[in-house]
Design a protein around this ligand. Sequence first.
Ligand SMILES: [Zn+2]
Length: 195
Amino acid sequence: MSRPRIYAIRVQPEFDGFIPPPASGLDADLFNAPDLIQPVVGFRKWLLVGDELLSPLARTSWGAAPMRARCMPRPSGVGRNWHKVPPHAGPAPDPDCACGLYALFAPHRLWGPQGPGLVPGAVVLWGRIEVHDGGMRAKCARIVALALPSLYSPSGKAAVRRVAERLGVEAVPARQLQAAAQRHGRPLPAALLPA
Ligand SMILES: [Zn+2]
């Protein structure tokens, strides 16, 4: 796998007061992308436990407020490359670590049952963003929409709607997720995607 490209995406202060990193002391491969002033749209899934959305690996609870990445101890059962030992104090994500808030460039293509309680949705990302071959890892993220896969049972869809209402985000048919997401940000420009 190639080294990730790393961008610093500045957004308006109302997106949680993200402070751009200082001009000095950045990684040699850190690019400021001055045209990126809107958060970047990404797609991911959560475990739905009760009415709580948890990240599938780290089991972090996601709420309505922006999430901010930090390097965490490795959860049990997760691969050995979870982090450098011990967790580092520098920025998260770190290209030599596995930390950061994960998202894909596009919605998952398979919407079928992939284990009970896995809810697909959209996020916006900003701050430090690493672009890997398979997706992105970001410093900051916020949920903007949840999907209602057509294969979900009525009770499953109702559960997703309840969470969406609590978070103040839309719950939309899966095929509308991309459009719903783009009301809150924009896809990573093609020029910044992995080759
Ligand atoms: Zn880390």
